[in-house]
Design a binder for this molecule. Structure first.
Ligand SMILES: Cc1ncc(COP(=O)(O)O)c(C=O)c1O
Length: 400
């Protein structure tokens, strides 16, 4: 039978990236005690008031069809949220989606197609390649360099721009590096985008999980208002990824046009989930405060432990649920180290190659397990690095 080319474009993007994770799950199913640090899911449930609200709304009959833009209470809550960040935001700047992922998919579909290019900092969140490929557009990676703490540099962006470039897909706070862009950096990036008439799609799903510095976004800058679309959700901020509740905030014109795209694929977000999201966005809950404290502390402790040994070089994240570790001093790249770590020490991490070319020498470790589990995993990583180093030293000795 014949299939549309989208199925070919997306076919090979999934399995390779997740090979270590899939193998770890198979090993666990065989009864092996694998420490899984591959994916990051909040380590707490949503606040019980939010669960009660979803339950209340469901029982109150909020189980009917919604509309394409979103239920009025959640659209109002999101309007208030974004109006605090930039004056003049109205309901017409908001569209609701089932999660950031769907928002990204729809937004990209509304902005690019075959023949266009999308610029993305490399390393990048694993699904970006698919979201771009689905539209038929090309992905143009812009290197995010460890020597700049993985912060996007404007000269790298300038060099990467092609005549076909239409969009910069920005992610701050960033997964997998944990980098948080400053307002000055965003201003400079914005100038490049203005010069080349680029849209900025900014994935801000980790907005609430920054460890110290302030959050900054192109959405908040009036000079970028006509070219910026922010996407986010309650998945991380309110520990509610399974509710699949997110949104896009962008120019009125864009939202009006995308509404038709959204209505073609969705009948909006479920009303009872919309009610719960309205409560989440407008209320104040301490879920993210706790996650911020725990993930920041765990990252710091793991960095301190790893830094005592010469062969593993962690990057202290500025935000988020993950930490990158440079393993190149062991003589292996991230893929080889991750495979050995799983086979020999029963610890599953993501190889940096799952996130693009720039992170080849890195592994990504999730911070969403208990302190003790992360400490045990860190000890096993140090053991493996030590064994690799002594084998290498031994080999060098033998060949002298
Ligand atoms: C950078 C980034 N964007 C988007 C998502 C997906 O978020 P959502 O659950 O809102 O679809 C994730 C999930 O890990 C992520 O890390």
């Amino acid at each position: 039978m014949r299939y549309a080319s989208i199925t070919d474009r997306l076919a090979d993007l999934g399995s390779g990236k997740w090979a270590v994770h899939i193998k770890a799950r198979e090993m666990a199913a065989r009864g092996l005690q694998v420490i899984e640090l591959t994916i990051g899911e909040p380590d707490v449930p949503p606040d019980s008031a939010l669960l009660a609200e979803a339950n209340r709304a469901m029982h109150a009959g909020r189980t009917r069809y919604s509309n394409g833009r979103g239920e009025s209470a959640v659209v109002k809550a999101l309007t208030d949220k974004y109006a605090k960040r930039r004056a003049g935001v109205t309901e017409r700047n908001i569209l609701c989606f089932p999660g950031t992922q769907t928002a990204l998919f729809a937004v990209m579909l509304g902005l690019v197609e075959a023949g266009d290019d999308v610029l993305v900092g490399d390393p990048y969140y694993a699904t970006y390649e698919g979201v771009i490929a689905a539209t038929g557009a090309g992905i143009v990676p812009v290197p995010l360099r460890p020597e700049h703490a993985f912060h996007l540099q404007t000269d790298d962006l300038e060099k990467a721009v092609t005549p076909q470039s239409r969009v910069l897909l920005l992610n701050t706070p960033h997964n997998p590096t944990g980098a948080v862009l400053s307002n000055e950096e965003i201003e400079a990036i914005g100038e490049v985008c203005k010069a080349h008439d680029l849209w900025i799609v900014c994935d801000e799903v980790y907005e609430e999980l920054i460890f110290g510095k302030p959050f900054a976004s192109p959405f908040d800058r009036p000079d970028l208002a006509d070219r910026t679309i922010a996407v986010s959700s309650i998945s991380k901020s309110h520990a509610a990824p399974g509710f699949r509740s997110g949104w896009a905030a962008g120019p009125v014109d864009f939202c009006d046009r995308l509404l038709a795209v959204s209505e073609t694929m969705l009948f909006g977000v479920q009303p009872f989930i919309a009610d719960m999201t309205a409560m989440a966005v407008s209320g104040s809950f301490d879920t993210s405060t706790g996650m911020r404290e725990r993930y920041g502390r765990r990252a710091k402790e793991a960095c301190d432990a790893l830094n005592k040994f010469p062969h593993l070089n962690p990057v202290m994240p500025e935000a988020g649920m993950f930490m990158l570790i440079d393993v190149s001093a062991t003589g292996l790249n991230g893929q080889q180290f991750a495979t050995k770590l799983l086979d020999e020490k029963l610890v599953a991490v993501m190889p940096g190659t799952s996130f693009g070319d720039q992170a080849q020498n890195f592994i990504r470790v999730s911070l969403t397990v208990s302190d003790e589990t992360l400490q045990e995993a860190t000890t096993r990583m140090i053991e493996l690095a030590g064994e690799l180093a002594s084998t290498r030293e031994g080999r060098k000795w033998a060949t002298k």
